[in-house]
Design a protein around this ligand. Structure first.
Ligand code: G3I
Length: 334
């Protein structure tokens, strides 16, 4: 069967989120045949890279970067700053108590942020050319659009400014991204747009906007997702689809022991339609990444409820699904 990366070669690199097992055996063969970019799904997050202060662990991510280089693949670095998967010590004050919003704690927190980014980006140098510097900082229900995370409570908007400025100091050439979900929703992307617009006007070095694209067989429509891309064109930023998957479920009460054929077909047409859109915007979109290699390993098996989901190109036996044909050759979907 055709290689996805070859089919998309004139448009953009195609990536997959992986962990170490995807770099071994049959998974590795499938990965290197079809993809030319990888994103470590968890191994570059703060809890993985700096579980205790000053102790860095890079073994898993190093293994994935080595695999990528051996196979001529790019690596997306995900992620330097997030409200999840950040160890508790980061938000403890000098006495080991939970930080309260004081000037002293803000200074301490930003110095930890600075040290973390220097260590993690510095470890990889030019081996990782694209970083999700901050992840999921938007909350469209706040008037200023900023998620009330521990980062925000202690440091306000300065944690985002600091993260990008330090990242730029470490690497003058890396592409620095702000990454978020639900950018197909107008209220969410408007807040993201306002933030990026403000920060760019201040000179904060943001190069790109990442659209996660955790979607489903019915949502979004092509026009909703087209509005997502068009919104950011005036800002002169790169854009990437960073975490795409298409759930077979449309609400939390559904649960199928095995994926029904009609859902897999609907999924294939959703992949076809969205990839057709992305190909039309290949001057704006510099890569598209799906959030997993095959349905044997997907975060959607446990979120938002525990059930069997099947959101990717390949099934649990690593066989090509209708979704794969939706991207590669829609005439073969049925
Ligand atoms: O590593 C431990 C393992 O030691 C333990 O035995 C096991 C038992 O549950 O848990 C393992 O950790 C899990 C980790 O994935 C690695 O598999 C965590 O419980 C689990 O919460 C974690 O989930 C990750 C999730 O982020 C955390 O929020 C998913 O794999 C990962 O795909 C997901 O990725 C996020 C992106 O970073 C940001 N956007 C949304 C996306 C989906 O949630």
């Amino acid at each position: 069967i055709p290689s996805v990366k070859d089919v998309l070669a004139n448009h953009f690199p195609i990536g997959a989120a992986i962990s170490v097992p995807q770099t071994l055996g049959e998974h590795a063969r499938l990965l290197s045949k079809h993809f030319n970019s990888v994103t470590p799904g968890n191994a570059l997050k703060w809890d993985a890279t700096q579980p205790t202060e000053g102790t860095f662990r890079f073994a898993d991510a190093d293994a994935m970067v080595d695999f990528a280089q051996a196979n001529g693949m790019e690596v997306r670095g995900h992620t330097l700053v997030w409200h999840n998967q950040t160890p508790a010590w980061v938000f403890l004050d000098a006495n080991g108590a939970a930080m309260t919003p004081t000037a002293q704690n803000k200074t301490l927190l930003l110095s930890r942020l600075d040290a973390h980014i220097r260590a993690v980006m510095g470890h990889y140098g030019t081996d990782i050319a694209t970083w999700d510097v901050v992840n999921e900082v938007i909350d469209e229900n706040q008037s200023d659009g900023l998620r009330r995370s521990r980062w925000y409570e202690i440091a306000g908007l300065d944690y985002i400014r600091t993260a990008f400025r330090v990242a730029r100091q470490v690497s003058p050439t890396a592409k620095l991204y702000i990454n978020d979900y639900n950018t197909n929703v107008p209220a969410k992307r408007d807040k993201l747009y306002n933030l990026v617009s403000q920060l760019k006007a201040e000179g904060v070095p943001i190069d790109g906007v990442g659209h996660q694209m955790h979607v489903n067989v019915d949502w979004p429509s092509v026009s909703e997702s087209e509005a997502m891309i068009q919104k950011f064109i005036p800002l002169n930023v790169d854009q990437q689809v960073t975490e795409m998957d298409v759930s077979i479920y449309t609400n939390t009460s559904e649960s199928f022991p095995t994926p029904p054929r009609d859902r897999l077909i609907r999924q294939a047409y959703k992949y076809r339609d969205l990839f057709d859109l992305y190909k039309r915007y290949s001057s704006e979109l510099t890569s598209v990444t799906v959030w997993g290699l095959a349905d044997d390993d997907t975060w959607l098996d446990t979120f938002p409820v525990v059930r069997n989901d099947a959101p990717l190109f390949f099934d649990e036996q690593l066989q090509a699904k209708p979704a794969y044909w939706g991207v590669v050759d829609p005439s073969r979907i049925e």
